[in-house]
Design a protein around this ligand. Sequence first.
Ligand SMILES: [Zn+2]
Length: 163
Amino acid sequence: MNCPIENRNSAMLVAHAAGELDPLAARVLEQHLAGCEACRSVAAEQIAMWKALDAWEAPPVSPDFDRRLYRRIGEGAPLSWWERLARPFRAIPLRQALPLTATAGLLLMAGLLLQHPGSYAPAPAPHSQAVRADQVESTLDDLDLLRQFGTANSAESVHNDAM
Ligand SMILES: [Zn+2]
């Protein structure tokens, strides 16, 4: 087989350590490992990491974890890095997240239209160019709205957390 490291295919070594390779592929890889020191050392590191993860037990979450977290936010206490990381996800209520999803879909459509205009409009009439320009313009408007939403949301979330 080709050396996974030389072919920048270390995902195969990761899959092997995780026990996700089918038996045949695992046997072929093990034959390669016997003769390739570089792969053998990466595989050994991966296996050691998986063993460490298996041995690690997450500490139990205390029942009043949420209450204490919200109180700290309300007090304006400095947040740890993971609390700051989690904030943006809590701060977006579902009713605001849904239009975002729709906008993302619109942006994707606009991107596809711009990339492959031919496949969506086989015989582009002169006016279809104008339609696409409109769509781009409305997409730019949406982007602007998104940016404003981002700014408003970060200001608003401070207010929400205080309640
Ligand atoms: Zn190798």
